[in-house]
Design a protein around this ligand. Structure first.
Ligand code: UGA
Length: 460
């Protein structure tokens, strides 16, 4: 099928590349001219595992092109809107980019188009899109509007797109449902050449769930808010563990064994970051407020999350006594591993606060240093974790990249001034570190004496 994707951010690029990978002919547009030029030259504007390889191969096969919004609108029978919906100062999602695309479609498209909102939008945006398209269309455009929320995680978005648990669509006509089923057929049946696995691991076929547009829109915000709530919940349990002398990894393990709870998203830490959870929780609170529903539960989720960084800093202050002039190694700057995204990254907030208190920050992140340096130019970027830790009074593990688990602790022990490791994510072998003379302080009562050798690290 001929498909268009408008917006080449994490979601748009992954969507365009993966739809081309499963056999469609895709045109992807980007309004930022510099970024567009990069994409047309084959230069990746962001780091996302497997994405570069997929883009290279589908471009070579002639199934993916990049260009302007107008060209994209003229190309596809179905148009995926993947533009940004950043937060406004009051927490509402800024829908001006979506409105702009709707106007362009209304002005430029002829014949039938299925207009699909993939960007995360507040409930009833589909209705607004319908209205807008009908008010502004001039060229005899006939259209359907559908919602197709994405559940892609940065760092594994290609895998999530190609091997999803569910595909949710919100449609108001059988025609729209038919088009979306056809688009996703190769993924529903898991019949495509997988760019990630030679032999894909056996898993359940994705569930294809068709609802009305409002429900599909709500599924997205409700899912992200629920996951954020799980994180804030375990963060409070972690606080309690520290006070009463329990180990949060054990508590989370025990809770997660109940299938009604599940083990995922029970890793405590310095709070959730990134461009999705913080803004989506805020937007969901605003949606509820505007609809007259008291969803103060979510305000607590947000409040707990906002307190995580300050709590962490407070602990560092206690450990270091005087922060001013101390050399602090920061391992990890991205908001999570396997991405170079630093938007709303708790690690950057911690860096910013420690710098403000006069600390010298020597940082290392496998992918995110360039972006981090743009927002926090005072940090000293280092070539590897060892260089960052040279002469350090404390090492802070703030993003759980696998690379940090493989550090040679004996080598590392000789470099630091004080062998203090404070983790923002429980992702290091506490016992091994203790055997090399490190003071290891985990989150939620995790310590070397508690972490049994056979205890598995919970992965997110
Ligand atoms: C999230 C959702 O997981 C995706 O399903 C959704 O599609 C995406 O938002 C989106 O709306 O576009 P993402 O933001 O990429 O994906 O990252 P997550 O893996 O969900 O992590 C979000 C934050 O929560 C990170 O800062 C992570 O470190 C933190 N987290 C996650 C925890 O603190 N503890 C956990 O147990 C899990």
């Amino acid at each position: 099928m001929k498909l268009s994707v408008i917006g080449a951010g994490y979601v748009g690029l992954t969507t365009a590349a993966c739809l081309a990978q499963v056999g469609h002919d895709v045109f992807c547009s980007e309004s930022d001219v510099e970024k567009l030029a990069k994409l047309q030259d084959g230069v990746m504007p962001l780091f996302e595992p497997h994405l570069e390889d997929v883009i290279k191969s589908v471009r070579k096969a002639g199934r993916l092109c990049f260009g302007s919004t107008e060209e994209a609108i003229a190309w596809g029978d179905a148009i995926f809107i993947c533009v940004g919906t950043p937060p406004l100062p009051n927490g509402d999602a800024d829908l001006s980019a979506i409105e702009g695309v709707a106007r362009s479609i209304a002005k430029g498209a002829k014949g039938y188009r299925l207009v699909i909102e993939k960007s995360t939008v507040p409930v009833q945006t589909g209705g607004q899109l319908q209205k807008h398209l009908s008010v502004h269309s001039k060229n005899g455009l006939s259209y359907d509007v559908a919602s197709n929320p994405e559940f892609l995680r940065e760092g594994s978005s290609v895998e999530d797109f190609l091997h999803p648990d569910r595909i949710v669509i919100g449609v108001d006509s059988p025609r729209a449902e038919g088009v979306l089923r056809k688009i996703y057929e190769p993924i529903i049946n898991q019949r495509f050449t997988c760019p990630i696995h030679l032999c894909c691991p056996k898993r359940k076929e994705p569930v294809f769930l068709a609802t009305d547009t409002n429900s599909a829109e709500l599924i997205k915000h409700a899912s992200n808010s629920f996951l954020a709530m799980k994180i804030s919940f375990i963060n409070m349990v972690a606080n309690l563990c520290e006070v009463v002398g329990a180990d949060v990894t054990k508590v989370a393990q025990g809770m997660g064994l109940d299938p009604r709870v599940g083990p995922a998203f029970l890793n405590p830490g310095i709070g959730f970051g990134g461009f999705c959870f913080p803004k989506d929780v805020q937007a969901f609170i605003r949606i509820a407020e505007k609809s007259g529903c008291d969803f103060s539960l979510l305000k607590e989720v947000e409040k707990i999350n906002q307190g995580r960084v300050e709590l962490f800093i407070e602990k560092i202050r206690k450990e270091l006594w005087v922060v001013r002039g101390k050399k602090i190694a920061v391992w990890g700057l991205a908001f999570k591993p396997n991405t170079d995204d630093v938007r709303f990254a708790p690690a950057l907030e911690i860096g910013r606060m420690l710098l403000a208190e006069g600390a010298i920050i020597r940082a290392y992140d496998p992918e995110a240093m360039e972006r981090a340096k743009m927002v926090l130019p005072e940090i000293i970027c280092c070539a590897d974790p060892y260089e960052a830790a040279e002469g350090a009074d404390a090492v802070l593990l703030l993003t759980e990249w696998t690379e940090f688990r493989n550090v040679e602790w004996s080598r590392h022990a000789t470099q630091v001034v004080r062998p203090l490791i404070r983790v923002g994510r429980n992702a290091l072998p506490a016992q091994e570190l203790a055997s090399h003379g490190f003071e290891y302080i985990g989150i939620g009562g995790v310590s070397a004496s508690r972490q049994m050798a056979e205890s598995p690290l919970i992965s997110i």
